[in-house]
Design a binder for this molecule. Structure first.
Ligand code: ATP
Length: 298
């Protein structure tokens, strides 16, 4: 019997790791034959997107029984808006992204997209509507072309290349030994964090989802790479409802709305200018980051 438990444990571990990394679950379920923790309701319907408005309504959530992580979080991202979630480490920012992707169910409150509660729609339709650019993209052991085309398996080579150009990765791909046919991933060429992220952006441009979640890289990228990624992201954000989980404030100054989270609660909300003028938590986070950056530049 123990022999049976061991692989199951390992699968459980892999599943948790994957959830943490926000990578593509549908494919991973196939690979691992894992039954998801969250099940579709019996009468679940496909999500119908009109403008892709996202509403978090008094959301309460805990991973473990003894610790509440989100303590009644409410905010709205109107159709086409870019909303940034910021706050100190551990505040619950990435948890919000995981909940929107429905990796977990809630303890209280609701999350609705265009008025439909996530619990009432099929997970497949939900995830088909969301593009996710995670912090750390896991590449499949396949060609770089396959990894981009994964966003829309029927896409033509011309469409793949167009997406790669918009994501500013095309020239890099052409410089590889076999161009789009170069093998990448653990068993192929290892790409840098910034390159992997641009592959993920190209994939998302191809997928063309109405709703976007960007989980920003925590680690600082060099400024040229960061500028390239930012302009690639602007390309994919354009016209879509976008939720940015932001670790560096410099990248979200232009957001329509910034939601400031502390210890699982929304403590401030507004535009960058309004929040700076308010002189609260956001203003002090901004000051801290500006000081660190100018110190690093010296
Ligand atoms: P950071 O800026 O450091 O990435 P964050 O605001 O994104 O932080 P979350 O990742 O949402 O924070 O985590 C919120 C809290 O939930 C943290 O205290 C974290 O330790 C806890 N947590 C996260 N994932 C799990 C998990 N799978 N099981 C138990 N606790 C978890």
């Amino acid at each position: 019997m123990m022999q049976l438990y061991q692989p199951l444990n390992i699968l459980g571990f892999a599943y948790r790791e994957i959830k943490q990394g926000l990578i593509d679950m549908e494919r991973m379920f196939e690979l691992l034959h894992v039954v998801p923790e969250v099940a579709d309701a019996k009468d679940a319907k496909p999500l119908e997107i009109s403008g892709a408005e996202v509403v978090f309504d008094d959301v309460r959530f805990r991973y473990d029984p003894d610790r509440e992580i989100l303590k009644g979080v409410s905010f709205t991202a109107k159709p086409g808006e870019k909303v940034a979630i910021v706050g100190p480490s551990g505040a619950g920012k990435s948890t919000i992204a995981r909940i929107l992707y429905r990796f977990y169910d809630l303890e209280g409150g609701s999350v609705r997209i265009d008025g439909q509660d996530l619990r009432d729609v099929t997970q497949r339709s939900l995830r088909a509507s969301i593009g996710m650019v995670p912090q750390d993209t896991v590449l499949f052991n396949d060609t770089v072309g396959y990894n981009i085309r994964y966003g829309r398996p029927g896409a033509t080579q011309a469409e793949v290349e167009r997406a790669a150009k918009l994501a500013q990765i095309h020239d890099f791909v052409l410089s590889l030994p076999k161009g789009y046919d170069t093998l990448v991933g653990e068993r192929g060429l290892k790409l840098s964090g910034g390159e992997k992220q641009r592959v993920a952006i190209a994939r998302t441009i191809l997928k063309d989802p109405p709703l976007l979640i960007l989980d920003e890289a925590t680690s600082a990228l060099d400024s040229t790479t960061e500028a390239g990624i930012l302009s690639a992201l602007r390309e994919v954000e354009n016209g879509r409802t976008t939720l940015v989980i932001a670790h560096r404030l410099s990248t979200i100054v232009d957001s329509d709305r910034i939601v400031v989270l502390r210890e699982g609660r929304v403590v401030e909300e507004g535009t960058h200018d309004a929040l700076l003028a308010r002189g609260g938590l956001y203003a002090s986070l901004w000051r801290q980051q500006s000081e660190t950056q100018s110190l690093a530049a010296e």
